[in-house]
Design a protein around this ligand. Structure first.
Ligand SMILES: [Zn+2]
Length: 584
């Protein structure tokens, strides 16, 4: 009660000191003053200072208003005019697999960008690898290779004349592998080799293998080294990765395709007090596609939806509906067109992409999830895939009338007004990744029509239709914020939607540019909606969890090119400093 009186008196400004005297317990744990606070509340209001107690924002206002919260034990941070934002919510990463893959590969992942860079990488590995061991090349998607093609056997032979080397380009149900001559010999693949079912060995006119294999992991799998990370190391590295996230201002993540073990890993870290970011764990659902079969899988999970606490919680179940636009397997309304077919290596002129689950089974699986109290989501990239998913969501929701289900479309690369309107009507949110525009937009603009590129990650179209959008990275490999796949630097994510610029500086569909305010909302308050946390986080308001970051530059007014260079100087989660650089 005293606290409430106190706040009321503070509004007049005059009773500040006496108020503080009456209630010694009202002193905060942490106070930030002299800041340019972007609260990201409904009005996007500014404030100068705030106080945190017991991990929660207690008051937000002017320096004068907050002064009374300062007691003997309060840590006071003078932000010296710097910009402070709510802790960023990165709503699509694969942190546990980042850690596992990083351990499995010989040295830190870096995004390579040309055949030359791939060869240089290989040459370095040749130096340090016994010639009987195979060298697996790091993942590079063809859209990120300057030459617009994956390396061929001759490219690999040039860099690795004696060592077996394999380049793998894989997505969903299609795997293309390029082997060099030493690898073909090592695996015994020659003109006599018979293809296992589903595998195609590409051959030249003379009938000899060219080195290109499609879906032939049966022939190569045994040769590629595997390294499983020991549990201690796994936990240590995951902790280190979360700390890297904190350096960019991220305070919450969504694991966007995990399993109950992934949830358990985070729960253990939480128990050991080693978590520095809050985690929502999305759980993959695959089943025979029937309602009963899907329910059986769901009931076998040792966790329920929403289990956990404000640090670690289970999120939605996730279906995989189609492939990806980097692979020509996003399921599209219109055929890809000749340039794209050439680029992706498809023959069928009517190629629309790949639908991995039938419309009937999509509906069954969503129904099974809803019936068992789960929020549902789907990896769906193409516009026709989105249509099929929304058909299913509409049918099931009409039937079951769930209260506030918040179905989430994950990716949904091609925005159009009628889909935006439909998503809004069905209460469906969209989780999408500007990195595909930043890193792959140049290549995609060469092979897809202008009309299609105008829709690509067309966030303004989603906004015009009042659909709820969260921006994120889909971080899959590497620890570096700018050189990983995808770069998880949230300021690159926001910059890309603000500028619509690719990494090379090409502007794609300027009419889709969004405001800096909207971009920030999509990584804070809007992102919180996806895990039903909009009353708990995503803005700096009294009663919300005390998560924030002090930035190195003024996000709203700095030069647009400087946005992607912004770093956090100090990151706080639940009132605890998890990252700090410099003097505060
Ligand atoms: Zn993902």
């Amino acid at each position: 009660m005293l606290l409430r009186i106190c706040t009321l008196l503070l509004l007049t400004g005059a009773f500040l000191v006496s108020c503080n005297d009456y209630d010694r317990d009202s002193s905060a744990d942490l106070v930030v003053i002299n800041a340019n606070v972007l609260t990201v509340d409904d009005l996007f209001s500014n404030a100068q200072a705030f106080a945190i107690r017991d991990g929660v924002f207690e008051a937000v206002g002017s320096n004068d208003e907050i002064e009374s919260y300062i007691g003997n034990q309060t840590r006071v941070i003078d932000a010296d005019g710097r910009t402070v934002i709510p802790g960023l919510i990165e709503s699509h990463v694969h942190a546990t697999s980042v850690v596992q893959r990083e351990y499995a590969t010989p040295h830190p992942f870096e995004q390579l960008g040309s055949i030359g860079e791939i060869q240089d990488w290989l040459r370095t590995e040749v130096e340090r690898t016994d010639p009987e061991n195979w060298i697996p090349l790091p993942r590079v998607d063809v859209t990120r290779i300057q030459e617009g093609r994956i390396p061929n056997r001759a490219d690999l032979d040039e860099a690795a004349p004696d060592h077996p080397a394999a380049f793998t380009w894989q997505f969903a149900n299609r795997q293309v592998q390029v082997l060099n001559t030493a690898a073909l010999q090592s695996a015994g693949i020659d003109r006599e080799t018979t293809e296992p079912e589903g595998c195609t060995i590409e051959r030249d006119d003379a009938g000899d293998p060219t080195g290109v294999l499609e879906n032939c992991s049966e022939l190569t799998g045994d040769y590629l080294p595997t390294r499983e990370i020991p549990e201690d190391r796994y936990h240590d590295d995951l902790e280190r990765l979360l700390h890297n996230y904190n350096k960019t201002g991220i305070t919450s993540i969504f694991e966007r395709g995990s399993n109950p073990q992934g949830y358990e890993t985070y729960r253990q870290l939480r128990e050991q007090d080693r978590l520095t970011a809050r985690v929502t764990v999305t759980i993959n659902l695959s089943s025979d596609g029937t309602v009963e079969g899907s329910e059986e899988v769901i009931n076998s999970f040792p966790v329920a939806f929403g289990e956990g606490d404000d640090w670690v919680r289970t999120g939605p179940l996730k279906l995989r509906i189609d492939g990806g636009i980097l692979y020509g397997s996003a399921y599209m309304r219109e055929p890809y067109g000749p340039d794209a077919l050439d680029f992706y290596g498809f023959d069928d002129p009517d190629h629309h992409g790949t639908l991995l689950i039938s419309p009937e089974n999509i509906e069954n699986m969503i129904r099974a999830g809803y019936k068992n109290g789960w929020q549902m989501s789907a990896h769906v990239t193409g516009d026709a895939g989105v249509d099929r998913v929304l058909d299913a969501v509409e049918a099931v929701q009409e039937d079951l009338q769930p209260d506030d289900p918040r179905f989430t479309l994950i990716h949904a690369y091609f925005a159009n007004p009628e889909t935006a309107e439909r998503a809004n009507r069905l209460g469906v949110g969209i989780d999408t990744q500007p990195a595909w525009l930043y890193k792959d937009g140049d290549a995609l603009a060469r092979i897809l029509s202008e009309e299609r590129m105008n829709e690509f990650i067309g966030v303004q179209t989603w906004l015009d239709g009042d659909a709820i959008v969260a921006l994120n990275s889909d971080h899959m490999q590497g620890f570096d914020p700018d050189r990983s796949l995808n770069p998880y630097n949230p300021f690159i994510t926001m910059y890309t939607m603000i500028s619509r610029q690719t990494e090379s500086g090409q502007v794609i569909a300027a009419e889709q540019q969004i405001s800096r305010e909207d971009a920030l909302r999509m990584m804070t308050s809007n992102a919180a909606w996806f895990s039903f946390d909009e009353d708990k986080k995503g803005s700096i308001e009294p009663g919300k969890l005390g998560d924030f970051a002090i930035l190195s530059d003024d996000y709203l007014t700095c030069d647009v090119e400087d946005i992607k260079e912004i770093r956090s100087l100090l990151t706080v989660v639940g009132g605890e400093i998890v990252y700090e650089v410099g003097d505060f």
